[in-house]
Design a protein around this ligand. Structure first.
Ligand code: PLP
Length: 475
């Protein structure tokens, strides 16, 4: 493609993108695609010769688009959102155009210094200690793994990196059963063994019980284990439950454990001053992760990891072969040393565009709107006979189900699953589920960039009509 063609097609694509964003709610939220349907339509061999851009783009529209789930649809209520916004998309276009690989200060000074500045902005806006520093990672999974590896290295005086495990360490990691599976994965990859991930019981709000955490640590010490790290959740994946950060921090400090706070989704709410009390006492913790790519209008991927002592991370990951050494290494941040990847994308640009375009106040307004919409939906559910909400709704995620006391757990689970699948099959909405105490519950997450009251009202009408029909055949 020559430069003139690039200009022509780029203009066409921008028009297509603007149309898509305007019309995104006209698409079915989820496709009606059968397994391998798309694969089988694609040629078995890669093309040997050049194809025209028109042909490629036509296939994108005819083959690919119908098989996409529309994550930016305002009625996408499943999982957690991966919401985006126009300023973020524009930044992503510039990132791709510059094509910079931002592994060290020298490989793009502006990218490194912008990253430091936007992380400081977010740290301050979220009420995180001004002594902490941030770094951008691709995902919370990677950031959490980095924190676990740093905890392991700090505890072993940076020996395991050098000598490997000597077979004597019996490290233990603690979390509630409700933390995200990325914690299990991090523990596995760090070589600690998931059997050493101790599940601390939760209270009726699905939050970790600190006294039982301390008991577990003491028992492990008596048995000769080495308690290493606690991963707490500020907003669990199932129900956005909130572990008591301050109390856990006191315990981890008392026993010399690393405390990592996983606020991947709900951490964005800390931009609202009314939620900042949730991290009171975090100054005693070690690391905190949140995903602007979930609820902060910054398109996937973009995670920020904050650390009390970045040196712990740097000592764990820094490896400077001769060809990467520069004279400025002592004066600047080389973010390749702050995580697993060597090569790094220029993600700070997206955050800069989003924060400046909305302003913190604009972001706060949107977040408050989402939270209010969720509280409204919650009140509808509460006032409807037969429905129950199974977890508190501190942010914008509601866990609910239909219940009938004269039916068994299995029957109710089957009913609720069918109810969710039936509404999803319309393509008008998309919900996902979880299980709380064995009960199948539908999760309603109201966090799309452009979700409005009309979308939740339409979803509510669909839910109620579908339930009525299903109940007619349910005995
Ligand atoms: N932590 C929590 C609480 C999550 O809900 C999720 C994903 O939904 C993750 C971590 C993993 O996030 P990522 O996809 O950025 O690795």
């Amino acid at each position: 493609m020559d430069k003139e063609d690039f200009r022509k097609y780029a203009h066409q694509l921008v028009d297509w993108m603007a149309d898509y964003l305007e019309q995104k709610e006209n698409y079915p939220v989820t496709p009606n695609t059968k397994p391998r349907e798309i694969y089988n339509q694609l040629p078995t061999d890669a093309p040997e010769d050049s194809e025209s851009f028109e042909a490629i783009f036509q296939d994108f529209q005819q083959l690919i688009l119908p098989g996409m789930t529309h994550w930016q649809h305002p009625s996408f209520f499943g999982y957690f959102p991966a919401n985006n916004s126009e300023p973020s998309i524009l930044a992503e276009m510039l990132m791709a155009t510059l094509g910079a690989q931002c592994m060290s200060w020298l490989t793009s000074p502006a990218a490194t210094e912008l990253e430091e500045r936007v992380c400081d902005w977010l740290r301050d806006a979220k009420g995180i200690s001004s002594a902490w520093k941030g770094v951008i990672h691709d995902t919370a999974s990677t950031a959490t793994l980095s924190a676990i590896l740093s905890a392991r290295e700090r505890k072993s005086a940076w020996k395991i990196n050098e000598e490997g495990f000597d077979g004597k360490e019996r490290f233990r990691i603690y979390s509630s059963a409700h933390v995200h599976s990325s914690i299990d994965k991090g523990v596995r990859i760090a070589g600690l063994g998931v059997d050493n991930l101790v599940r601390i019981p939760v209270d009726e709000k699905f939050a970790m019980i600190p006294s039982l955490l301390e008991e577990a640590i003491q028992k492990d010490l008596e048995k000769g284990y080495t308690p290493l790290c606690v991963v707490s959740a500020l907003g669990t994946t199932s129900s956005t439950a909130i572990d008591p950060i301050g109390e856990i921090s006191k315990i981890t400090t008392r026993y010399g454990l690393w405390h990592h706070i996983d606020a991947a989704y709900a951490g964005t709410a800390l931009l609202l001053p009314e939620f900042q009390h949730l991290i009171e006492g975090h100054e005693l913790a070690d690391s905190y992760v949140f995903n602007p790519h979930k609820w902060m209008f910054t398109n996937f991927d973009c995670t920020v990891l904050f650390l009390k002592n970045p040196e712990d991370l740097i000592k764990t990951f820094s490896l400077t072969p001769e060809y990467l050494r520069t004279q400025l290494d002592r004066e600047v941040n080389n973010y390749r040393d702050w995580g697993i990847q060597l090569g790094r994308r220029f993600r700070a640009l997206k955050l800069w565009f989003v924060i400046r375009s909305y302003g913190l106040n604009g972001i706060r307004q949107k977040l408050r709107n989402h939270i209010q919409l969720a509280q409204k939906a919650k009140s509808w559910i509460e006032s409807e006979e037969g429905l129950e909400i199974l977890a508190p709704v501190p942010f914008n995620t509601i866990c609910f189900r239909h219940n009938m006391t004269d039916h068994s757990l299995e029957e109710m689970n089957a009913f609720n699953e069918k109810w969710m699948n039936t509404v999803n099959s319309t393509g008008k909405v998309f919900f996902t589920h979880t299980k709380l105490e064995g009960k199948f519950v539908i999760r309603w997450v109201i966090g799309q960039t452009d979700v409005e009251e009309k979308h939740i009202q339409a979803a509510w009408v669909l839910l109620m009509e579908t339930r009525k029909k299903l109940l007619q055949h349910f005995d």
